[in-house]
Design a protein around this ligand. Structure first.
Ligand code: AR6
Length: 166
């Protein structure tokens, strides 16, 4: 599997599936979640309601249609809310491993990832980048490209550092 890094907007990636940093309710929100629902349109929320009537637990992953996104599917993961005291790192790595498992179920071969929990949920940036890089590298998968999408320069720098040192 190829692990790549780009700077850009997750919702513009032309991949089989994009990963969304959602919350337990699975009904949209701010950050990348807001962008996914805006760009994906109402079909994404409708699928969330239908497929996840009770939401998802922290650390879990599940998929919906990509709606109007270039990607065919959205794989929603619920990262731990560091600011609220969810500091167990295995909850964060489970998001990446779970997203790859769901991608394999779907047959998605190219998957784009944001830096889960590193925004509104406040996970320290360098460790969030390390968790992403090491988990994506170490998890067996049929995915051919896992593309890390850094939204800003600081996220890009943290991911580049993790890719070169871990
Ligand atoms: N493309 C790529 N990355 C983005 C984009 C984008 N369009 N927008 C933001 N990021 P966050 P979290 C980056 O806050 O910390 C929501 O309200 C952002 O700079 O989106 O897991 C949910 O509903 C950061 O590096 O997700 C939850 O309630 C990374 O994506 C909560 O926020 C993650 O930031 C989840 O918080």
């Amino acid at each position: 599997m190829q692990l790549t890094l780009v700077r850009g907007d997750l919702t513009e990636q032309k991949v089989d599936a994009v990963v969304n940093a959602a919350n337990r309710r699975m009904r949209g929100g701010g950050g990348v979640d807001g962008a996914v629902h805006r760009r994906g349109g109402p079909a994404v929320l409708a699928d969330c309601v239908r497929r996840f009537p009770h939401g998802l637990a922290t650390g879990q992953a599940g998929w919906t249609t990509g709606g109007d996104l270039p990607a065919r599917w959205v794989i929603h993961v619920v990262g731990p809310d560091y600011r609220a005291g969810e500091t167990d790192r295995s909850l964060l790595t489970a998001c990446y491993a779970g997203a790859l498992r769901v991608a394999d179920e779907l047959g998605a071969r190219t998957v784009a990832f944001p830096l889960v929990s590193a925004g509104i949920y406040g996970w320290p940036l360098a460790d969030a980048a390390d968790a992403a890089v090491t988990t994506l590298r170490d998890t067996p998968t049929e995915v051919r490209e896992a593309r890390l999408v850094a939204f800003d320069e600081t996220a890009y720098a943290a991911l580049a550092q993790s890719l070169s040192t871990t």
